[in-house]
Design a protein around this ligand. Structure first.
Ligand code: NAD
Length: 447
């Protein structure tokens, strides 16, 4: 009976959902009390389906966001397909008390807990993990990318490109990601932190937002999500805020909007995005500054490493505040200079800006690694390999500030502008050129 009522509610909502705002409100509030006779009116468009959501990435943040969207799918079954599909990088792990290792997707689907990357958190039953990319993303409407950014290119090349090739062979024509693999109107949201440095021509390096990289590789409109969000706290459902940005050109672009949408709503509608990610404990603001959100999210990880250094050196809160102030200054300068579309207010007003900087510099992995690095330095160890230390401290998770510091330095050297970003350069020199950590104040004394 309950299923039948849900079907009726689904049909009714789908029928109402032909035009954006009204349809959205209708779909959000299913009319579960309607009688059977209301549904037999012949006007239901059987082609219209709830939006199918897929998540790519099963690390600490990937798992947390998969939990968030699965909860929303359960809450709004008329708007979203309740089955949320989830691609995870397969590895063999041992579940507590078991004797033999099993694939992580098996453990996730059977025990509903990510014992390796998010232990102790029960995951919703409507979240379905798989190591098979096609199974995870076929025909989806909203694709959420959430992997450490160093794996993004290889995941696309190893798991998505072959799907396109196989489809081309099957169909005997050239295929496109949108339309042949995911829905034609599919959009993506990137939860990644970092940049893509295009090295194709060493004399003409290009720095790219990861959302633009995804868009360029797969030709899919891509927004970004970032905020003051330590995954473990969001997973425990402690209150936090986040910022989602989606490129306005797609919201207003008639061509994209007019792509035939066989779902009950357009996935790029900001209200849809808000409904999918917003939870009582996870508050979402949707804005249109993709560059600002992405730049702030990437660069704060470098600042957090420096905060870890001063904590490890035992220099106290004044030093940490100084690092954050200089860090904020360099983040905004970098954003405005190299991504002029970004807006100053995003850095100061949004969760993705200063709030994320504060939370990341107070705790989190980059601080942990930076702190341990400085402690070992004080113990006299001058040959610390940062990659090895990251593995030792984080057990397979990654501190994105390390690779971002390297990439940003590469970019600044190419632009011959390292001197304009003393904090970013200082972090790079400490980690990769064995600079003396006790010289941090003089490295920052550039005025
Ligand atoms: N953890 C947080 O608190 C947090 C919060 C906000 C944003 N982020 C960002 O989220 C993104 C994802 O990070 P995370 O915390 O989910 O990851 P993680 O560091 O916890 O886990 C690493 C992930 O990478 C996968 N992996 C390992 N080797 C791989 C390979 N060769 N190919 C593909 N995947 C491989 C692992 O299976 C695992 O899922 C990062 O950009 C991070 O900066 C993290």
């Amino acid at each position: 009976m309950a299923d039948r009522l849900l079907d009726i509610a689904n049909h009714l909502s789908q029928k109402k959902a032909n035009d954006s705002v009204e349809s959205f409100e209708a779909a959000k509030s299913p009319s579960v009390g309607m009688t059977n006779s209301s549904v037999i009116d012949g006007e239901i468009d059987p082609e219209k389906k709830p939006l199918r959501v897929s998540v790519i990435g099963g690390g600490n943040w990937g798992t947390t966001i998969a939990k968030v969207v699965s909860e929303s799918a359960l809450e709004y079954p008329t708007l979203f397909d309740i089955n949320v599909r989830w691609w995870v990088h397969e590895e063999d792990i041992v579940y507590k008390g078991e004797n033999h290792p099993a694939k992580i997707s098996y453990i996730l689907n059977n025990f509903h807990e990510n014992v390796k990357y998010l232990p102790g958190v029960r995951l919703p039953d409507n979240l379905h993990a798989t190591g098979n990319m096609f199974e995870a993303i076929e025909d989806c409407d909203i694709l959420v990318f959430n992997v450490p950014h160093q794996f993004l290119g290889s995941i696309i090349d190893t798991h998505i490109t072959p799907i396109l090739k196989e489809k081309s062979q099957q169909l005997g024509r050239e295929t496109t990601f949108r339309g042949d693999v995911v829905a034609r109107h599919c959009i993506a949201i990137s939860c990644l932190k970092g940049f893509h440095i295009n090295l194709d021509d060493p004399k003409d390096l290009k720095i790219q937002l990861l959302s633009d990289f995804i868009d360029e590789k797969l030709n899919i409109p891509t927004g970004s999500l970032s905020g003051a969000n330590l995954a473990s706290e969001v997973a425990k459902e402690n209150f936090s805020e986040t910022t989602i940005s989606f490129p306005p050109r797609y919201v207003t672009d008639k061509d994209h909007v007019s792509v035939k949408c066989n779902s009950i709503a357009h996935p790029h509608d900001p209200k849809i995005l808000k409904t999918l990610f917003h939870r009582p404990y996870f508050h979402v603001r949707v804005i249109d500054d993709v560059a600002g959100v992405s730049v702030a999210g990437a660069l704060k990880n470098i600042v957090a490493l420096a905060c870890g250094f001063v904590k490890g050196l035992g220099w106290g809160d004044n030093a940490a505040a100084a690092i954050q102030r200089i860090g904020l200054q360099e983040i905004t300068k970098f954003g405005i200079k190299y991504f002029p579309a970004s807006k100053m207010e995003t850095y100061y007003v949004e969760s993705a800006g200063v709030a994320d900087l504060i939370t990341t510099c107070n705790g989190g992995r980059n601080v942990k690694v930076g702190k341990r690095y400085a402690e070992m330095y004080l113990e006299g160890n001058r040959e610390i390999n940062i990659g090895d230390l990251e593995k030792e401290v984080l057990n397979g998770q990654s501190a994105q500030g390390i690779i971002t510091a390297e990439e940003v330095n590469q970019w600044l050297e190419f632009k011959n502008e390292t001197q304009d970003f003393p904090l970013f350069s200082c972090v790079y020199k400490c980690l990769f050129e064995k600079a003396d950590l006790t010289e941090i104040p003089s490295m920052l004394d550039t005025e």
